[in-house]
Write a protein that binds this ligand. Structure first.
Ligand code: AMP
Ligand code: MG
Length: 432
């Protein structure tokens, strides 16, 4: 058969990932509305105020041990016997320590005025059956086992800055200065769609009755979880079939009441890919195709809002189109959508400016064939501190993302030989 060579279309160069990320971030105007939440409800949200402590933490000097509060001057040698003049339990007040005596004290109890050290219980002995006096068997240093007032937080100090992403420890710290409520930025409102006629929701059809050509919708699940973990309010709008009219309708109705429309699938070059032309018709498509693997078809644009959008009507809704292949969707979410959403909800710049913070780790694998694009390889650390490569790096293989604990950020055109130091991005950081 006589084959004609395919016509080589003039290809425009793909945009570099760093350029796309910088461009996306430049388009974000952070949300300025705030709400007040109970501290315990604020996990994953971004603090919208500086938290200033109204007190010292701990509020007063207290004991770090169960033992005896003493004056160092009274214990000049090991073995002195001191009468016990008071007993101080945590949560109870102390009176001044009489010279020449000690106080029985417990962890967290206030150090009595006049005492300047704690001798731990293990360094003391009862005086033969007498519960009112004790041998002090170790000469204490001044300040020993005393937790000083304000050693954690001083009154007037800013303990957490506006823009902090709240988590377990920061919420504990906020509670520790007496804050039962916190002012946080409003959640970004995200409309989530999956596109594709092949998609079936798990639960709708059992595996043995799946029609030929259909697959279960996995992107919807992990994208929703990733969005919720990032503090977003998600409108999960289900599956949009591969039809121009339905795609237009879905985008149009979502734009009014959301900050971002996030789709997966339908942004490639096939004629069943309706997302891009629909965004172009309803607003503008500003970025498309990134020089990365997986994730090349990523798209960004905006969708106009109607007058019905109220105060939001003047500004358009952000749109991001992720590729349909699950690993491509996952990687572009972590590297592009995540920093965008962090900036959108008022997080401090350090959290979205440097989301790619690689560690240099030796590869315990070979990558003899270089790719033209910057590649993000699914890898896992082994017991020897090196990285192993998941054997199947296809962008449809979601198993690789469960197996992996990180991504190797491999420059375009680079091969890797066993022992080479490579840039490793821990997934724990990108999923936080
Ligand atoms: P597309 O980007 O629409 O061309 O899709 C690329 C590949 O990803 C196709 O093999 C789709 O079947 C698959 N895909 C698209 N959306 C999903 C989804 N939500 N869950 C799982 N696979 C998907
Ligand atoms: Mg599709």
């Amino acid at each position: 058969m006589n084959q004609t060579a395919p016509v080589e279309k003039a290809r425009r160069p793909l945009m570099a990932l760093d350029t796309v990320l910088a461009d996306l971030l430049a388009r974000v105007v952070p949300i300025d509305t705030t709400e007040t939440l109970a501290t315990v409800q604020a996990d994953g949200r971004v603090l919208a105020e500086d938290l200033v402590s109204a007190l010292h933490v701990p509020p007063q000097d207290n004991s770090a041990m169960d033992g005896y509060a003493v004056r160092v001057a009274d214990v000049t040698e090991a073995g002195v016997v001191l009468p016990i003049s008071q007993r101080i339990a945590a949560g109870h007040a102390a009176v001044a320590l009489q010279p020449g005596t000690c106080a029985r004290i417990f962890t967290g109890a206030p150090v009595p005025p006049g005492a300047d050290a704690i001798v731990m219980q293990e360094d003391t002995r009862e005086v033969g059956g007498d519960l009112h006096a004790v041998h002090i068997d170790a000469v204490p240093r001044a300040g020993q086992w005393v937790r000083q007032a304000g050693e954690d937080v001083t009154r007037g100090a800013v303990v957490l800055r506006c823009g902090t992403r709240l988590g377990a420890t920061s919420l504990g710290l906020a509670a520790g200065i007496g804050r039962a409520q916190l002012r946080v930025f409003a959640r970004p409102r995200v409309a989530l769609f999956s596109t594709g006629d092949e998609l079936v929701m798990p639960g709708d059809v059992p595996p043995e009755q799946m029609k030929p050509g259909t697959i279960y919708n996995s992107n919807r699940f992990f994208l929703r979880v990733l969005l919720e973990r990032l503090g977003c309010e998600v409108s999960d709008l289900g599956i949009v079939p591969d039809r121009r009219d339905l795609t237009l309708a879905a985008l149009k109705s979502a734009a009014d009441h959301h900050d971002l429309i996030l789709t997966s699938g339908g942004v490639s070059v096939g004629e069943e890919d309706h997302i891009k032309p629909a965004v172009q018709a309803l607003g503008s498509l500003d970025l498309w195709q990134v020089a990365m693997k997986p994730g090349k078809p990523f798209a960004y644009g905006t969708v106009r809002r109607d007058a019905g959008a109220g105060a939001d009507a003047a500004k358009p809704c952000h749109f991001m189109g992720l590729p349909g292949n699950p690993v491509s969707s996952f990687v572009t979410f972590l590297l592009l959508v995540r920093p965008f959403l962090l900036k959108l909800q008022g997080a401090e710049a350090a959290l979205w400016q440097a989301t790619l913070r690689p560690l240099r780790v030796p590869a315990h694998f070979d990558l003899p064939r270089a790719d033209r694009r910057r590649e993000f390889l699914r890898v896992r650390r082994n017991a020897q501190g090196g990285l192993e490569l998941f054997p199947n790096q296809n962008s449809g293989v979601l198993t690789s993302t469960v197996w992996a604990d990180g991504l190797v950020d491999n420059p375009a055109g680079a091969t890797i030989a066993h022992g080479d130091l490579v840039d490793y991005l821990p997934l724990a950081e990108l999923l936080a």
